[in-house]
Design a protein around this ligand. Structure first.
Ligand SMILES: Nc1nc2c(ncn2[C@@H]2O[C@H](COP(=O)(O)OP(=O)(O)O)[C@@H](O)[C@H]2O)c(=O)[nH]1
Ligand SMILES: [Mg+2]
Length: 649
């Protein structure tokens, strides 16, 4: 294409000059030939205008010789770049008829054909043109191989990204996505040690949420602090001395939040995110009790220095015994206090009991006054099964920082989760193998998370009815046609892959059977899949927890999500996925609720056990009615959750 258009352009230009009788034939043929050769290969550097554009391009926007022009289109610019040789500028065809040459050639007073010598000259010129064009085309079609390589490379780079594909995996092979999630993740990790960290983006749809630059800078600052204060650093050892001595000896360089592994996996992920945000807000370092399985499930989230609490941490053996009655419990200390705050001695550590059964004294943790006191304590040991972030938004001293970190308030868990929770390679294998086998090829992926808190073994008919009522009513799944056997031509229908998760296999079997036995009214093909059915919740069993984490994560990779009320398992999926789910209402009296479900206000998890206390007025208050961004949850009337101002309430 390049050689052909060069030829055409040159020919056009020469013909135009001849036919408009603008060629002055001087004394001899050789002179004419010299001029034409000069015309075709003139060696002058084109002028650059103040904007860095070349001037003198002969084929200006209206076919005019523009004095100061812009490239008419980018393809031409590419052609020029492709032809880069050491003489590139000199050989630049764009600069051919520079103003200089042009002036010499033009003589408007002389007319073609008025003299036989001139006619002869023109014939010779034509012959010359033909021969020169031949040579030029040979030269251009015989470009050096690396020029051709450059040309093909340019074409590859110009390939438009594929539009409209929902398939994150196949799309990723063509469109490089932002593996650092808009700067949320640090770049310095070894990719192979935790493949999910940088690969997860390939499996997800691009979400519109972007982390604030302030959040990004705070995370980088946190990482630096963690590196300075993490396990076995000089600062860590120094602060540990205070703990061992049992006496507070003054402010320390590094202060810590120690998260104790406690409760089901969904709760642990939510409480870990809460503890990390609390650490970020209070300039503390988060250290994680690995429990029996955390290291098997989650990669290290901070570069260089581990987030795991060393096994020789002095209080480690007491974690299991810590409760509301422990003398180290902050709520207990407050209960026993008879003197004013200012006279209280600062201990080197306190135990914070923020478990769902906590009492009013424990809940004073959410008051500014107590936060001021806790600020000085080097070691805070936290046991919690809650997503307590909504109540952090009601503490005045955190307000400003939180709104800078999260200008969009319903993205807190989404960003904390995407930053912290990367499945280990073992779990990533389970996730990706399942995704690629059953979900990747579908036109749409629907997640249905079933969690039944009723006693007795399911499956229950009222729950099955509820699932179908919700998904069909909300147009998430098509209805079936019980009258016909076949609908629509085969092979052309849209496909939906439904990922069901439940401890029981009963719901999955019934729904799968239904879509096998009958066609859908829309002709859509519906595949139903469930990775496991573990029957009951198990603790401390490695594969059980890996499967639970795999399923939460797979649910987060779907396009549309249905979750169960009260389930932290579902909250994790919706938050990681950036999905506003349809929530199945909690059935009462073994009856299908009507309506069966509703759309969530936001993708944020619900804080199941918030305090209802006005710390200043020292009276009870509805904490779900104080600010527009902290509301009562859809699935738990007393719970609190974050919503964005503009979300429908
Ligand atoms: N694999 C799997 N495990 C489940 C499922 N539902 C509950 N579990 C197990 O039961 C535990 C329940 O605790 P949690 O994660 O807090 O979920 P929640 O009870 O729904 O809030 C999970 O951690 C799993 O161990 C499920 O659908 N799939
Ligand atoms: Mg739970």
């Amino acid at each position: 294409m390049a050689a052909g258009s060069y030829d055409a352009m040159i020919l056009l230009f020469v013909m135009k000059v001849i036919l408009s009788e603008e060629i002055e034939v001087r004394s001899s043929q050789s002179n004419t030939a010299t001029r034409l050769i000069k015309l075709l290969f003139c060696r002058n550097t084109p002028a650059i205008d103040p904007n860095g554009r070349r001037s003198g391009y002969p084929f200006g926007p209206n076919g005019t010789s523009a004095g100061s022009w812009q490239y008419p289109d980018e393809r031409f610019a590419n052609m020029k770049r492709v032809k880069k040789t050491p003489d590139d500028d000199d050989d630049d065809l764009a600069s051919l008829p520079d103003s200089d040459t042009h002036t010499v050639l033009v003589d408007p007073d002389r007319k073609l054909g008025s003299n036989p010598m001139r006619l002869m000259g023109i014939i010779v010129v034509c012959l010359m043109v033909v021969s020169v064009l031949f040579s030029v085309s040979v030269v251009l079609s015989d470009l050096p191989s690396d020029s051709i390589w450059e040309l093909s490379e340019k074409r590859v780079l110009e390939v438009e990204p594929r539009q409209g594909s929902e398939d994150g995996v196949s799309q990723s092979t063509e469109v490089p996505k932002d593996k650092l999630l808009g700067g949320l993740l640090s770049a310095g990790f070894d990719e192979g040690s935790c493949l999910s960290r940088y690969q997860s983006v390939k499996y997800r749809k691009e979400v519109s949420h972007k982390p604030s630059s302030y959040l990004i800078s705070r995370l980088r600052r946190y990482e630096a602090l963690h590196k300075q204060c993490g396990p076995y650093t000089e600062s860590y050892n120094k602060t540990l001395e205070q703990l061992k001595s049992g006496h507070y000896t003054g402010p320390s360089e590094c202060n810590y939040v120690v998260w104790v592994s406690f409760s089901g996996l969904g709760n642990r992920i939510l409480s870990l995110a809460s503890s990390f945000l609390y650490a970020l807000l209070t300039n503390r370092v988060l250290l994680v009790d690995p429990g029996v399985d955390v290291a098997d499930l989650l990669c290290e989230p901070f570069p260089e220095v581990s987030w795991f609490l060393p096994p020789d941490f002095p209080l480690k053996n007491q974690f299991n015994q810590f409760n509301q009655e422990s003398p180290e419990c902050y709520g207990k200390m407050l209960k026993n206090i008879t003197i004013t705050n200012s006279n209280r001695l600062t201990p080197p550590s306190v135990y914070l009991h923020l478990v769902h059964d906590y009492n009013d004294h424990d809940k004073l943790f959410f008051c500014d006054e107590e936060q001021t006191f806790l600020q000085k304590v080097p070691w805070l040991i936290v046991k919690t099964d809650n997503y307590f972030i909504p109540s952090l938004f009601l503490i005045p001293s955190f307000e400003q920082e939180l709104s800078k970190l999260f200008p969009k308030k319903d993205t807190v868990f989404h960003f904390m989760g995407r930053y912290l929770f990367h499945p280990t390679n073992q779990v990533w294998g389970l996730i990706t193998r399942y995704y690629e086998s059953y979900l990747a090829k579908a036109d749409e992926r629907i997640g249905i998370q079933i969690r039944v808190f009723d006693t007795g073994t399911g499956p229950f008919q009222h729950v099955l009815d509820q699932i179908l009522a919700c998904t069909v009513k909300e147009n998430l799944l098509p209805e079936i046609n019980r009258e016909q056997h076949i609908i629509g031509p085969s092979g052309t229908q849209k496909s939906k892959a439904v990922l069901m998760t439940s401890l029981s296999s009963g719901y999955f079997e019934k729904v799968r059977e239904m879509y096998w036995e009958y066609p859908t009214v829309t002709g859509e093909v519906v595949g139903i899949y469930q990775p496991s059915h573990e029957e009951y919740q198990q603790t401390e069993k490695q594969m059980h927890n890996r499967k639970a984490w795999t399923e939460m994560y797979l649910l987060s990779l779907t396009d549309v999500l249905v979750t169960s009320s009260w389930s932290t398992f579902g909250y994790v999926a919706q938050g990681l996925g950036g999905l506003k789910p349809w929530i199945l209402y909690k059935p009462e009296n073994r009856t299908t609720p009507n309506p069966p479900c509703r759309r969530a206000m936001s993708m944020e998890p619900c804080f199941h056990a918030p305090p209802f206390y006005d710390c200043k007025a020292k009276i009870g208050v509805d904490t779900g009615a104080l600010v527009p961004h902290v509301r009562h949850c859809e699935d738990m009337s007393w719970g609190l959750k974050l919503v964005d101002h503009h979300d429908e309430l």
